[in-house]
Design a protein. Structure first.
Lengths: 441, 300
């Protein structure tokens, strides 16, 4: 990567897809000192003082943005580190990730927020910490939102530990509105999900597993929306993490139509898979929220197509093999997702359901960036040069054993996916380049 | 079923040659009387060496995982593991990691296949005696209605019977209050219906199978035991009035005075002890099948 010393880069001959400028056509990109300085159909530059990257036949998009990942550092580096997690991100086309605070200790402080962003973490993608909404994510005392924000936190959340108390949630929404931060809620009424390990319904009954009812998610979403309405503060922003049920999506749709600032994300596994994937107690199909019924999965696709769902986020949740190699009810929730998100989106949203690439790329870049107010996800002149080059027609086999993540917990091992990332650039520096000996399915 | 009958009648000395000195491990994470003893007697009857590993007297107590416990038993020469485990699906994990034949002796709320098979054998002996030593097919139990009553939600016995009996043409009616019998139970397979009224359900039943009320699992459920007894207990009056000819079954252990009265459990319609007896024959056949020691005369 010695060529990174060159500070002018010409990405030439590609097909540019940039949602912010609604560009979907052949364009060249010129990058200087990590910023985009020109976007045009025909650029002229002296090839002697510029590094030329031939993008002929490739799609050029903004670096992708994932606003829901678990990087496990500090505290659980046997599952993942910030370095390994962001290497997986770069391989999947992501140059910005927002990291959830359920680390050990919980990221409820300025110190940890800064530590996560320090250069020593050797992150390939930019890491935007999400601060804990309450101290230790225990749901009682609020953290200092202004201080967290000023040290780089982009939202507050107790992800994984939903804020159940009405009074606490009211206070969180109010304080976050004042600080100008979104509140990200993992919507699960844990009073209804004790001991549960999959979606409620006939399949859970047959498998002898306790099921999480749809109401456990929809009820908290409805409650949070009611609190937001009652707060009546234009600055307040509620974001629903990994939405998974049709009923909760209907609540979000109605709230938006009434003018409330409610946004939501959906994971690739919730728009690709259903509860049937649990099959013979496959712990790689165990996550929270659980994989749902077909009608919920279909509602996620519909919500993505009609724009109700704001963005795709992976909920990348690495776990060690010995943790997943357990009895289904004892295994931890979650799967990795950074390296498969783009391919699954292309396969299911673009190819199967005809979503235009411009819209799909927006769900993976411009819209999540705008949602958290990140300077990312755009190829506008003047923007940071986060760029992905993608071979749209290349089919490739995802192999968990070759993942850059430290963990291998994915239900997509061996899946054939379209759209190989051939190069990922962050701030004008190449952070991932496809291995030329790429395996074909 | 044919194998069970053949092996049951076989000369014990000959039978003991089938698995002479081969190793069968019983891995029991939960307490058990009937299932454990009958599996053990079945394996010994086939000549196998058996070893019992139970959660409280082994390294499981020190936190050894199911995977490592299984690998250890395999390394010690076990060729087949009989597993009883509190988590649904645990046998699938043990099978994946050891690649040994795993016999499910009850997993969580999921399944208890050998219990369903011994229940089937009991029903066949009583209602279809001509089939006990013959082939059975999808119409062998045509016209038979089996009523399963009680804590269906937590019962692996109910699930296994509801899966097995309709395959042979039986109709299964599940009965119990909502807290113990969710509506989705009827969707787990064909031939299964829900009836909340116990007396009404009994009218059409040739078999009345009662389940234990699992007091340890009732925490958090809205269930009043006095109400339960008033509506769902199998007592002599109810039986005489609604199903005077039906077989009365119970997989055990029974809580006398709760789901069933002593009068009924020990009465003339009860086949509860017969169920236990059939357990040894059925489990003998299961172990022989798992270790490829089936009688040649029996098609499997």
């Amino acid at each position: 990567m010695s060529s990174n010393d060159v500070n002018r880069i010409w990405i030439k001959g590609g097909h540019l897809i940039d949602p912010t400028s609604k560009t979907d056509g052949p364009r060249d990109l010129l990058i200087e000192n990590g910023r985009i300085v020109a976007v045009d159909t025909k650029l002229n530059a002296n090839p002697r003082d510029v590094q030329v990257i031939d993008a002929t036949g490739l799609i050029v998009t903004p670096g992708l943005v994932d606003i829901h990942v678990h990087l496990r550092e500090p505290g659980q580096s046997y599952k993942e580190t910030i370095a390994s997690g962001t290497a997986a991100a770069a391989a999947g086309g992501f140059t910005s990730v927002a990291a959830m605070p359920n680390t050990i200790p919980v990221n409820d402080s300025v110190e940890i927020t800064r530590w996560m962003q320090a250069p020593e973490r050797d992150a390939r993608a930019r890491v935007y910490p999400i601060g804990a909404a309450t101290v230790g994510s225990l749901g009682a005392t609020l953290t200092n939102y202004e201080a967290l924000r000023d040290s780089g936190a982009v939202a507050v959340s107790d992800d994984g530990k939903p804020i159940l108390g009405d009074e606490t949630m009211r206070a969180v929404l109010r304080a976050a509105a004042t600080a100008g931060l979104p509140v990200i809620q993992h919507a699960e009424d844990t009073r209804l999900t004790g001991g549960c390990s999959m979606n409620a319904g006939p399949l859970a009954f047959r498998l002898g597993l306790r099921g999480m009812p749809v109401e456990a998610e929809a009820g908290i979403v409805a409650r949070d929306i009611a609190l937001l309405r009652e707060l009546d503060d234009d600055r307040a922003h509620l974001h629903v993490a990994h939405l998974s049920t049709k009923r909760a999506l209907d609540h979000v749709r109605a709230a938006r139509q009434s003018g409330l600032h409610v946004t939501c994300e959906v994971t690739p596994h919730h728009f690709v898979l259903t509860e049937e994937a649990v099959d013979e107690y496959d712990t790689h199909a165990k996550m929270n929220p659980p994989l749902r019924a077909v009608e919920d999965r279909d509602a996620m696709i519909e919500g993505l197509l009609d724009g109700t769902i704001d963005c795709i986020a992976t909920d990348h949740a690495p776990h060690a093999a010995h943790e997943k190699d357990q009895e289904f009810e004892r295994a931890p929730n979650g799967i990795t997702g950074l390296e498969t998100s783009l391919g699954l989106s292309l396969a299911v949203l673009h190819r199967r359901h005809g979503m235009p690439l411009l819209q799909m790329v927006a769900l993976l870049s411009a819209r999540p960036a705008a949602l958290l107010g990140l300077a990312a996800g755009t190829l506008a002149v003047g923007a940071t040069a986060d760029v992905v080059l993608l071979a749209p027609e290349t089919e490739w086999a995802f192999r968990a054993s070759e993942s850059r993540s430290r963990s291998r917990n994915t239900p997509f091992d061996g899946w054939s996916l379209p759209g190989k990332v051939s190069l990922t650039m962050r701030e004008g520096r190449i952070v991932h380049r496809e291995d030329p000996s790429v395996r074909q399915p | 079923m044919q194998a069970a009958s053949f092996l049951e009648k076989e000369d014990p000395l000959q039978r003991a040659h089938r698995l002479a000195k081969r190793r069968v491990a019983l891995l029991f994470y939960e307490s058990s009387t009937r299932t454990r003893t009958s599996f053990e007697l079945a394996a010994k009857g086939l000549g196998a060496d058996t070893t019992l590993v139970s959660a409280l007297s082994s390294s499981i107590e020190k936190g050894e995982s199911l995977k490592d416990t299984g690998l250890t038993l395999r390394a010690l020469g076990a060729e087949c593991i009989i597993l009883r485990h509190p988590n649904s699906g645990a046998p699938y994990l043990l099978d994946r990691v050891t690649h040994l034949p795993v016999l499910n002796a009850g997993d969580g709320m999921h399944a208890h296949p050998s219990q369903a098979l011994l229940d089937l054998r009991t029903i066949l002996h009583r209602l279809r005696p001509e089939h006990t030593n013959a082939e059975i097919d999808e119409s062998t139990l045509a016209g038979v209605t089996v009523l399963i009553t009680g804590d269906i939600l937590h019962s692996r016995v109910a699930r296994s019977n509801a899966e097995l009996l309709p395959r042979l043409g039986a109709r299964v009616i599940l009965c119990g209050p909502k807290a113990l019998l969710p509506e989705s139970a009827s969707e787990i397979g064909p031939g299964i219906a829900i009836e909340r009224n116990f007396a009404h359900a009994m009218h059409s039943a040739q078999v009345v199978m009662m389940l234990r009320i699992q007091k340890e699992r009732l925490a958090g459920l809205e269930l009043n035991l006095d109400d339960y007894i008033a509506h769902y207990q199998l007592n002599a009056e109810r039986l005489a009035e609604n199903a005077p000819r039906a077989l009365v079954m119970h997989p055990g252990p029974m809580i006398r005075g709760l789901e069933i009265t002593s009068e009924v459990a020990d009465g003339p319609q009860s086949v509860i002890e017969e169920q236990v007896r059939h357990g040894v024959a059925v489990r003998t056949a299961l172990i022989a099948r798992a270790l490829d020691a089936m009688p040649e005369s029996v098609s499997t």
